[in-house]
Structures are given as C-alpha cells and as structure tokens.
Design a binder for this molecule. Structure first.
Ligand code: ATP
Ligand code: MG
Length: 588
C-alpha cells in the first residue's frame, strides 16, 4: 500500500498542543496520530489507527498461540450482573452509569469479568468443556478522576482482556503461566523496556497477581526493585520482613513521662536524650524508637465511614496509597477535625495504644507496622495532654488488632527475597495478570460437573493489556528530540519516501520508487506534497517516526537516492536500481 501525503487525512502541527504534559501526548497530537475530543477521549486518526492495529495484531498472534479464542462483548451492559458481584457499587465514581428510556440501569463496561463468567455459565456444563481461554480487544470506559497524558490514561480506551476458566487450581496456575509467557512475548515484540512486578490484588479480590510496568520517568506507578535484580514489586505490594518476636521477660516497666513542649518527634527524642533519668545505656534514642499513631478515616463502598488508627515507627511516614491497597475496596483519608472531636478518648498529639484498638476506650481499630512485633518497646503517647509513655511493650502493655503495610518505602529498605537493598523507580502499567480464583464464579453461580458428576465451582484468571495506552508508552520510550521513532513492528508504514524537490523528475521518481517498494510487499508513506519545501518534509519525516526514510532529491539525476535510519540518523547513498533491495534488507 502507498499512503500519499498529498491526500492522506493527516495534518502535522508546528506548535505543541497547550494541554500536553508529556512527550508522547505532545508528539502524537503534533504528528497527527490522535486528536482530543474531550478530557480523556480521543479520536484515532489514520496514522494512529495503523499503529493501534499493529499492536492488536501482535496481541492476537500471541493470544492465539496460547489457545485463546477471540470474541467481542458489548460495551453497553445491564446493571444486574455487576450488581450480583457488588461492582455496580464498588467501582464508585469510576463507573459510567446510564439509564435507558425505560429507566433501566446500564453501564459502560470498565472490564468484563461478569460478562465472560455468565457466557461460560450459559455454554459450558462439564469439566470436558474446560480449560478455556477467551479474549477480546475492546473499548472500555472508566470515568477516571485524572484523565492524563493523552491516551495514556483515557476515559475511553482499548484494552485486551482475557479470562481463563479451569476446574482446579493447577489448571489456573498453568493458564496464568501461559499468559505470563504470552505477555513477555507481546511486550518484547512491542520493543518495550519493562519489569514484572508482584502486585496487590486490590478491588479484584484474589491471590497471585503481577503487573507489567513499562519503566518510564513520567509513570504514575512507583515500583520498588531490589538492587540485586531479583525482586520488583508495586509500592503497594512490598512486604516488610517482620523481625522475630523478642522475649518480654526482664523488660523495664512502662513509665509515663512529662513531655512538655515537644510538638515534633524530633523534639520529643531530644527531650529523652537530654534528661538524665530518661537516657538509655548504649545508644541514644532515635525517632525509630517512637511509635506514632496516625488517625485515618475509611470510606467503605456503601458510603459508610469508619475510623482506623495506624501505628508506625516515628521515623517513618504513612503512605496512604499503601494503606488504601491494604484496606481496599475502602478509600482512605486523614481523619477530619470533626470526626476527631467525636472520639473524646483521643488526645491530639498524645494518642497512644492505651486507648486504641477495638477493645480500647476509643473502640477504634488499631493496626500497626509489621516491625511492631511482640517484645518491642516504644516511646508513644500516654493519652493525656503533655505526657508520653516509655517502655510500652507490644504483647505486654498493648495488643494491636493486627498489622498493616502502611509505611512509605524508602531507598535502602530491606528486600523481602534476599535481604538486599530496595530502590524506587517509576513505571506505567501496560499489562496485568491475575489469578482471580472463584470470586466471580461463586457470585454468578458458574459451576461444571466433574468426572464424578459433582458440581465444581470454576476457577478463573483475568488478564489485561492496555492496547491504546501501549501506543503512548512506546512513543514515550522511543521518541527523541526530533519526534516519534517507531519500532518496526508497530510503525504505521515500513518506509517513508520523501520527494525532496518540486520537479516532475523528482516527484515522478519518488512515485515510481514507492510503487516498487509496494510491489515488494511494503507499506509506503509517500511525501508527494507539491507546495511543501524539502526542509519541512524532512522535519515531518522525523516527527512521524517511520523507521526507514528514503530521500529522492537532486542526486536522482545521478541515479542515486539516500536512505536514512530514523533512529540512528545514519545516512547512506544507494543507486536507485538498488534502493528496493537495500530497503527490504534493512527491514529484514
Ligand atoms: P491503572 O493502575 O493504570 O489505572 P488498572 O489497574 O486500573 O490500571 P486494569 O484494570 O488491570 O488496570 O486494566 C488492564 C490494563 O488496561 C492496564 O494494565 C492498563 O494498561 C490499561 N488501562 C487501565 N486503565 C486505563 C486507562 N484509563 N486508559 C488507558 N489504559 C488503561
Ligand atoms: Mg485504573
């Protein structure tokens, strides 16, 4: 195919769009691949659609290779199945809900677990019908709070979602492993730099789960990796290795201490170190010896609010995203003044374990960092104005309701796999694989008869790839200061032929070369625009990012054209007669 720029539905822009925050957004709009319709809603123009189709092709090939069968569900869905699984409510404000003319409730599908589960329930009844892997490449709708960075986080976007159905856990594990391999193939073929992170299951409610994160400075996901390279995890999923419990016998008794004028943990620690009777032998007190109790409010999916106290060592910050992941599907916010006032047992600035816990005077659930193990002794609030308590021992003087991963991970934290040092990096989620288990099958009654004629609840996996997002992610990772720079597998054309000159010879020569390249099986973008200067055409060729550029210009008179590599910038002259062979061999 030859795409002629003289008639192609394409306009490149000289100026950056005013609302573009990131490179990929800026370039995809400027190069005429996508166009904004409303926040988080974009039109795919011909060039963008070609890249999208290429990504879809790669995904289809790899999904078919693991035995996936493609189908397509509607995006407009009835409320009932989502009501049955609780997600009509749980999805909160992210769900687009609408009514039909009869006032029936509908939604625009944010993801399709319910529909797949019901379809399999309709059509399968025996273990002989399984295992089964179904997928679709389809448009999803989520009313994202912060649609961002163009098609990176849209409110309408294309996702590949697949679902596996098995009779037993071994089957699920092997379906998961096959998807993992397929995803590695897909993202390798897309030419992405990525890591596979162990993730929290969050609102989906299940067990094993990994995210594929494209490494990228502008990513919204912070992930954590071990500098030894053996571990990568979502910040939300990092597990703090809990120290062993310590003996309680022989520890000094708890003691309440006057601590006036200690508004910060630093001033509190200074007071303890300065006062002779409070000093300790060996090491000075530090913030890590204090136990800080942070008051939060959870909002449950049904709108109910519930207080939560989180106890963490005083040298650590509470990371609300980690807390939120731990209490999902509830949402988390700091406790408001008004809510605080409803709990007279809480003394601001001096809150201690003494009043916390479901059995404490406040009756507020109290969860602590995993470092607060039995036998650890703390300086913490004494629940009286101006007083703290020291040597308050976990397991002796207080017993929390449980532990929670709440502290912000910092560089140098301990890797749970090998004890190495953790460091943080940023990424964009491009895929997610997830062992759902029986949650949806239970909620919707999906069972099959096993070999013995007994009904078994089916176990499921769910697996997503951000298809339209991948366009932006590849652009983000590959673009340079001159423009987009597509890997071959995704490029909207194989070769970009530039007619660099206004004479009939040059234009005719470029056109003939384009036809020959087409005859060799290539997709050709031909810049045959009449009143555009060679300089503008060169700039556009770099902006558009087709990997191989052939310039047909003045040297045509000598039977010579120039081949440019978009990525490296390498240029070489070849005889016109050799041009097709040379381009084909470059493309491989
Ligand atoms: P994120 O954390 O980025 O919001 P998610 O956890 O909501 O992603 P999933 O529900 O697992 O994502 O969806 C599967 C894939 O769909 C994601 O891995 C991501 O690549 C893509 N995706 C999710 N939300 C969006 C969006 N708003 N715009 C574009 N792609 C998206
Ligand atoms: Mg999301």
């Amino acid at each position: 195919m030859v795409l002629k720029m003289s008639s192609l539905f394409l306009r490149t822009l000289r100026e950056d769009p005013a609302d573009a925050e990131v490179t990929s957004h800026r370039l995809l709009v400027r190069a005429g691949y996508v166009r904004r319709v409303a926040p988080g809603i974009f039109t795919m123009l011909p060039m963008g659609l070609r890249v999208l189709r290429n990504i879809e092709r790669v995904i289809r090939e790899e999904m078919d290779a693991i035995g996936g069968q493609e189908l397509s569900f509607p995006a407009l869905l009835p409320r009932e199945p989502y009501e049955a699984t609780g997600r009509w409510t749980e999805y909160g404000a992210n769900l687009f809900r609408l009514k039909d003319r009869r006032q029936g409730d509908y939604l625009l599908g944010p993801t399709h677990e319910e529909m797949f589960t019901l379809a399999v329930k309709d059509m399968c009844s025996s273990y002989k019908d399984l295992p089964l892997t179904l997928y679709q490449i389809q448009t999803k709708y989520r009313d994202e709070a912060r649609p961002r960075a163009g098609i990176l986080r849209g409110r309408e976007f294309v996702m590949k979602d697949s679902y596996s159905f098995d009779v037993d856990d071994d089957g699920l594990r092997s379906a998961y492993a096959r998807h993992r391999e397929a995803y590695i193939n897909i993202f390798d073929r897309l030419g992405l730099d990525y890591v596979i992170c162990s993730a929290m299951s969050g609102a989906m409610g299940g067990s094993a789960s990994e995210e594929f994160l494209a490494t990228c400075e502008i990513g919204e996901d912070t992930f954590v990796r071990c500098t030894n390279g053996d571990y990568a995890a979502n910040v939300e999923a990092v597990v703090t290795p809990a120290p062993a419990a310590r003996p309680i016998d022989g520890l000094p008794a708890a003691q309440v201490v006057d601590t006036p004028h200690t508004p910060t943990i630093e001033t509190l620690v200074d007071l303890f170190n300065a006062q002779e009777d409070l000093r300790r032998d060996g090491a000075a007190w530090s913030a890590a010896d204090t136990l800080k109790n942070v008051m939060l409010t959870l909002t449950l999916p049904d709108g109910k609010r519930e207080p939560l106290a989180v106890g963490v060592p005083g040298d650590r910050e509470v990371d609300l995203r980690r807390v939120e992941a731990a209490v999902s599907p509830a949402e988390v916010a700091p406790m408001t003044e008004a809510e605080f006032a409803q709990h007279p047992a809480l003394v601001k600035g001096y809150i201690g374990p003494g009043v916390l816990g479901e059995k404490g005077a406040s009756e507020i659930r109290y969860l602590v960092d995993p470092r607060v193990v039995v036998g650890t002794a703390w300086i913490t609030g004494a629940d009286e104005p101006g007083k703290h308590v020291m040597n308050l021992v976990a397991g002796r003087d207080f017993t929390p309701d449980g532990t929670i991963e709440a502290v912000r991970i910092v560089d140098g934290d301990i890797c749970p796999i090998d004890g190495g040092a953790l460091e943080q990096a940023r990424g964009i989620e491009i895929g997610h694989i997830f062992q759902l288990g029986r949650k949806y099958a239970n909620a919707l009654g999906l069972t099959v008869l096993d070999q013995n004629g007994k009904a078994q609840v089916v176990t499921m996996g769910s697996y997503g790839v951000g298809v339209s997002r991948a366009i932006a992610v590849v652009a983000e990772q590959t673009a340079d200061d001159r423009g987009l720079c597509w890997p071959r597998e995704l490029a909207p054309a194989d070769v970009h032929v530039v007619a660099a000159g206004k004479t009939d010879e040059i234009r005719g020569g470029a056109e003939r070369l384009a036809e020959q390249l087409e005859a060799a099986g290539l997709t050709v973008l031909l810049d045959d625009r009449k009143d555009v200067s060679p300089g503008v055409k060169f700039n556009d060729s770099e902006l558009l990012g087709v990997p191989t550029i052939v310039v047909v210009g003045k040297r045509l008179a000598d039977g010579v054209v120039e081949i440019r590599d978009r990525k490296t910038g390498d240029k070489s002259e070849v005889a016109l007669a050799e041009a097709v062979t040379a381009v084909v061999s470059q493309i491989g």
